[in-house]
Design a protein around this ligand. Structure first.
Ligand code: KG4
Ligand code: ZN
Length: 332
């Protein structure tokens, strides 16, 4: 089954062609970083407008890369939520109209199910059940995954998401947007432990997370000490990153032990972090756990993961209806 996936929940306009829910035939991601960069974060209205400008050509490019005519796709899968409503509406309305015009089935997909299914797009995918950590700009959640579209929430952040903390700390340090990758690069030049930041909820609160206290600790340190000493930025970035990595790694491994699982997965934009990937691989191998992390392009928002999840929605009998609407936060 050939599925055209479409994603426009935030600041990436993406389209992809995926075969049988696990083989990426083509994947195009048009990033809006340059548009939002001057504002230090995503401006929702600008995001929606840019999605409108590029959606047609992004879909055309994906089909061209797959060497397919639109009539050769079997179904369309599109992100329905959560995300920015105006941004979601562009992809969602486009997908409805596109599928209607082609007389093909279509289905709205939860973005988080998309991230979880990203791990099935690489070789050697996990076997069910497994414990997955989704760490992105909007979410930090630990799931017990029993099926492609069935998950049990074990814990989640009580305040900021891990990616959001990276973005806010990058802003505090004057490093710009988007923060995750910049902090990762800066941290490579520094040494963790020169300054000590807290590891929130490390040994308690079950599988919940909290990152706002860590962000405040960085802010206090910056206000007190960083005025004249910009040389300290790499050490601050390294210690902040290490604190996040400590918490994420520990909770994911403990979650697997708690559920008696020998398989773990790390997904979402923060899974692109090199230090996190390395630490998780090392510690999981000590614990005898098999680790599954998608390639970097599949960690960040993309449409291949939406097509992969959509494949399983369709197989389970879900189908979109033209009266369906997008949702910003909760599942509907
Ligand atoms: O999954 P994603 O592309 O979009 C959401 O669904 O939110 O995740 C974006 C988040 C941003 O907060 C970004 O700063 C973070 O992922 N991120 C990283 C890295 N690359 C992206 N965080 C840490 N290290 C990175 N290398
Ligand atoms: Zn995402």
């Amino acid at each position: 089954m050939i599925i055209l996936g479409i994603e426009s929940s935030c600041d990436e306009t993406a389209a992809a062609v995926v075969a049988d829910g696990n083989r990426v035939v083509a994947s195009i991601v048009a990033s809006q970083v340059a548009i939002h960069h001057p504002y230090g974060g995503v401006v929702p209205e600008l995001a929606s407008r840019r999605h409108i400008e590029v959606i047609v050509s992004v879909v055309d490019q994906a089909l061209a890369e797959a060497d397919l005519d639109p009539s050769q796709i079997d179904a369309v899968a599109v992100t329905r939520g959560p995300g920015l409503v105006g941004a979601l509406l562009v992809g969602f309305s486009f997908a409805k109209a596109y599928a209607y015009g082609l007389e093909k089935p279509w289905v709205g997909v939860n973005h988080l199910d998309g991230h979880i299914n990203s791990v099935f797009l690489v070789s050697d995918p996990p076997v069910f059940p497994f414990v997955a950590l989704l760490a992105s700009g909007g979410h930090t959640s630990l799931y017990y995954v029993t099926d492609h579209i069935r998950v049990e929430l074990m814990g989640q952040t009580r305040d900021d998401a891990a990616g959001e903390a990276f973005d806010k700390v990058a802003k505090l340090l004057g490093l710009g947007y988007p923060g995750g990758r910049i902090i990762g690069q800066m941290a490579e030049k520094g040494t963790p432990g020169q300054i000590v930041f807290p590891r929130p909820f490390l040994d308690r609160n079950g599988f919940d997370f909290s990152f706002s206290g860590l962000k405040s600790a960085v802010r206090r340190h910056v206000q007190e000490y960083l005025k004249d000493d910009r040389d300290a930025i790499p050490d601050i970035a390294a210690e902040f990153q290490e604190a996040v990595v400590d918490v994420l790694t520990d909770k994911l491994i403990r979650g697997a032990r708690h559920k008696n699982c020998d398989q773990i997965a790390l997904v979402g934009g923060v899974a692109a972090n090199q230090r996190l990937r390395k630490r998780l691989l090392a510690e999981a191998s000590r614990e005898g756990l098999a680790v599954h992390i998608p390639t970097i392009d599949l960690c960040q928002d993309n449409a291949a993961m939406i097509a992969a999840a959509g494949y399983h929605y369709l197989r389970a009998g879900f189908k979109g209806d033209l009266t369906d609407d997008v949702y910003s936060r909760t599942r509907v």
